[in-house]
Design a protein around this ligand. Structure first.
Ligand code: ACM
Ligand code: ZN
Length: 541
C-alpha cells in the first residue's frame, strides 16, 4: 500500500514538473513569480484594450499591433476594457516591475511606469501561441492565454545589446527588426555603434562630407574575407547585400547611413518598445571615416587607409576638439536618453608622440604622457556632455590616465574582475560586457549558450558598496565578419536569450536545465518570425 502511494506521489511530482515546463508558461527571461491556474482567457474580435492613463496610449497601440496575426479588430479606449493597461498611482519612471493577471474574463497589466507595462506586454505576448509572431493573419487559430498570475521585476536596470553598423551597414528596417527582438526578451538598452574607421553612418548637418563621403568605401579586407567565406563555406549569409552598394565614377562603393529623420524614427520606435538608445561616435581613435574627410582634425594630413589605426583625432588642436563637440551637439538633439557613449578604445598614440601640437598640449596642461593626453581629451568631452545634460560612457580604456568621478565604464577587456573592481572602487558605475562571454561576433559552438548562462560575469568579492554600481550586462556585436542581416541573426540568437535571463532573472531563480526547456518554445517563435538563428546542434560556426 505504502509502495503504491509512493509511486503515485512520484507520478504526481513528475506530472507537475512536466506541466510546469511543458505547460503554457515558457517565458524567457524567467519571471520572478508565476502561478498558473486552470482555464484560459480567449481573445475575440471587438474586444477593447483599455489604458488608465494617456501616457499608455502608445503601449496600447503597440499591443494592438502585436495582435495583428489574429485578424481581430480591437478597440482602444482610455478607461477599462477587456485587456487593461494600468499605471499604478505612485508612478516611478525607473521602476520596470509589473504584474500580469489573466482571468478567464479579463487581463490586467499593472505597473508604475510605461516600461513596466511594456514588460508585461512582452510576457503576455509569450503566453500566446507562437503563431502570434507571424507577419500576416493566421487563420483557424484559437487565440487563448492561460489563467495566470505573474509578479515580475528585473535584477539589473541595464540589459543591453550593442550593434556595430559601421563595419557593415544595417538598414533602418533591419535595425527595427533587431529592436523587436530586444523588446520580446526585455532588453532595454540599444547601444548603437554608429561610426568607426570603416564608415560614418549618421548625418551631421554641419559636416556633410561625413556621410557624403565617409559613409561610402571601396571593398576592403573584411569584405573580401566575407566573400571568401561565402564560397568556401557555401554559406549565403556571407553575401554582401546588393542594396548597400552604389556606383560613383565607375567605382562600386559599399555603405549607407541614417538621416537625422531616420534616427528620430528609430528612437521613437525603440521608446514605444521600452528601449533607450545610446549612440556611440567612437573618438579619438577608430574614426578614419571622419579624419579622411576633415583632415584638419588629425595630427598629420593625408592619412591613408594603410594608416587606419594610427590617425586618431589630434587633441592638441582646438579646432579638432570643436569638431568633436559640434558633432556631438547634433547627436544630443537626436537622442533623448541621458547616457551617450564616447568610445575612446584602442587609440594608437604614436602620432601624438610626434605631433608638436599634442606635445604642446601635454606641456600646457602639465600632463605626464600621451596616456594622460587621452584622458584629458575624454575629460574635455565629458565636461561638454555634462553641460548638455548627458552622462558619458566609455570603453574601459577611460580608466587609464585617470577616470573622472562621473563616467560609466564598459568593461570589455582583461581578467575577470579587474576593471570592475577598479571602477567600483573609484565609485563609478560599470556595465559588464567582457569579451570572454559577451562578444557575440565571436564564433559559437554547441556549448556557447550554456557557457554564457553559467558564466562568472559578475566578479566575486565585491563589497556592498561596489555591487550596486554594477548597472547590468550587455553583449556587443562587431560586424567585420557579419555582412548581412541573416548572419547578424545567426550570431545574436538564440544566445542573446541566455544573456537576457542573466540580466533580468535573480540569480537564485536561474536554472540552465529549466532555461533549456523554455528555450525550445522560443525557438518555435523565432521559426514563425523567420529569424535565422543558430540551430542548437550544428557544425556551422
Ligand atoms: C572594443 O571591442 N574595441 C570595445
Ligand atoms: Zn596632434
Amino acid at each position: 500500500m505504502r509502495k503504491k502511494f509512493e509511486i503515485l506521489l512520484i507520478l504526481f511530482v513528475l506530472l507537475c514538473s512536466i506541466t510546469k515546463t511543458f505547460g503554457h508558461v515558457n517565458i524567457v527571461p524567467l519571471p520572478q513569480k508565476v502561478v498558473e491556474h486552470s482555464g484560459n482567457f480567449t481573445f475575440k474580435s471587438g474586444q477593447c484594450i483599455g489604458f488608465s492613463d494617456v501616457t499608455l496610449k502608445d503601449a496600447a497601440v503597440y499591443l494592438k499591433h502585436i495582435m495583428i496575426p489574429t485578424g481581430y479588430r480591437f478597440t482602444l479606449k482610455k478607461g477599462s476594457g477587456d485587456i487593461n493597461l494600468i499605471l499604478l498611482s505612485k508612478a516611478d519612471r525607473q521602476n520596470e516591475s509589473y504584474t500580469l493577471s489573466v482571468t478567464n474574463k479579463k487581463i490586467y497589466i499593472k505597473a508604475k511606469s510605461y516600461r513596466g507595462i511594456v514588460n508585461g506586454i512582452s510576457s503576455l505576448r509569450q503566453l500566446l501561441p507562437e503563431q502570434i509572431e507571424a507577419s500576416t493573419m493566421v487563420k483557424n487559430m484559437k487565440w487563448t492565454v492561460p489563467v495566470v498570475e505573474i509578479i515580475d521585476k528585473p535584477a539589473y536596470a541595464w540589459r543591453g545589446l550593442m550593434l556595430d553598423v559601421s563595419r557593415h551597414f544595417y538598414t533602418k528596417k533591419e535595425v527595427e527588426r533587431f529592436l523587436d527582438m530586444m523588446a520580446l526578451y526585455k532588453f532595454n538598452k540599444f547601444h548603437w555603434h554608429l561610426t568607426d574607421d570603416q564608415g560614418w553612418r549618421v548625418q551631421i548637418k554641419r559636416y556633410p562630407l561625413l556621410t557624403e563621403k565617409g559613409a561610402w568605401r571601396k571593398m576592403i579586407n573584411i569584405d573580401q574575407i566575407c566573400m571568401n567565406r561565402e564560397k568556401t563555406e557555401n554559406n549565403p549569409d556571407f553575401v554582401i547585400p546588393k542594396e548597400n552598394f552604389k556606383v560613383v565614377d565607375g567605382d562600386s562603393l559599399y555603405g549607407g547611413y541614417y538621416t537625422q529623420q531616420d534616427i528620430r524614427d528609430v528612437v521613437k520606435y525603440a521608446a514605444i518598445r521600452g528601449i533607450d538608445i545610446i549612440p556611440e561616435l567612437d573618438m579619438p581613435g577608430h574614426c578614419f571615416a571622419a579624419v579622411a574627410n576633415y583632415q584638419y582634425i588629425t595630427c598629420f594630413k593625408t592619412p591613408s587607409w594603410g594608416a587606419l589605426f594610427s590617425a586618431p583625432i589630434c587633441p592638441g588642436r582646438d579646432v579638432a576638439i570643436d569638431f568633436c563637440k559640434n558633432v556631438y551637439k547634433e547627436i544630443f538633439s537626436m537622442f533623448p536618453y541621458g547616457y551617450v557613449h564616447l568610445g575612446a578604445d584602442e587609440v594608437d598614440k604614436t602620432n601624438w608622440q610626434k605631433c608638436p601640437e599634442c606635445q604642446a598640449r601635454i606641456k600646457a596642461q602639465g600632463l605626464k604622457s600621451e596616456v594622460e593626453l587621452h584622458s584629458w581629451f575624454v575629460h574635455q568631452m565629458e565636461k561638454f556632455f555634462n553641460a548638455n545634460g548627458k552622462r558619458l560612457i566609455g570603453w574601459d580604456e577611460i580608466l587609464e590616465g585617470g577616470l573622472s568621478s562621473t563616467a560609466t565604464v564598459d568593461w570589455w577587456r582583461g581578467e575577470i574582475g579587474d576593471v570592475v573592481k577598479k571602477t567600483t572602487d573609484h565609485g563609478n558605475e560599470v556595465i559588464l560586457c567582457p569579451t570572454t562571454y559577451c562578444y557575440f561576433d565571436y564564433p559559437q559552438d554547441n556549448n556557447t549558450i550554456e557557457r554564457l548562462y553559467r558564466a562568472p560575469i559578475v566578479p566575486e568579492g565585491l563589497s556592498d558598496k561596489q555591487l550596486p554600481l554594477i548597472k547590468g550586462m550587455q553583449a556587443n556585436i562587431w560586424t567585420e565578419m557579419i555582412p548581412s542581416n541573416a548572419r547578424l541573426q545567426f550570431m545574436a540568437f538564440p544566445r542573446a536569450l541566455a544573456l537576457a535571463e542573466r540580466a533580468w532573472t535573480s540569480t537564485n531563480l536561474q536554472s540552465w536545465e529549466d532555461f533549456s526547456i523554455r528555450l525550445q518554445s522560443q525557438l518555435k517563435r523565432m521559426d514563425v518570425m523567420k529569424v535565422k538563428y543558430r540551430k542548437l546542434e550544428t557544425d556551422i560556426k
